[in-house]
Design a protein. Structure first.
Length: 103
């Protein structure tokens, strides 16, 4: 049921929401307990840093700056969403999302 709701939400956002071709959201899994941003372009996760470097990401920052660790919807914590931004528009954004989701 959660998958259907999440899919419906994503499709609604795709149709009616703002669309950026130079950034996308990533969710850091709950199993990654000690995740931290080191600066605007790196984290304490080596695999994620390699992907950020490989695709020349401009920065990574928290999506909802005021989200607390207790703000959640089921098992989804709002403070674990991050924006990966690139210096310019990308035509291959879908493949980038797929590549990052494989981490």
């Amino acid at each position: 049921m959660k998958k259907y709701i999440l899919t419906l939400t994503m499709l609604t956002n795709l149709v009616f929401g703002e669309y950026y071709s130079d950034r996308f959201l990533v969710y850091i899994d709950n199993s990654q307990i000690d995740f931290m941003l080191n600066n605007s372009s790196s984290t304490n996760n080596k695999q994620l840093n390699q992907k950020l470097d490989q695709y020349e990401a401009l920065n990574i920052h928290q999506w909802l700056h005021n989200a607390r660790p207790t703000d959640r919807d089921g098992d989804i914590y709002l403070n674990r969403y991050y924006v990966v931004q690139f210096p310019s528009s990308r035509n291959d954004l879908e493949s980038l999302v797929k590549s990052f989701s494989e981490l």
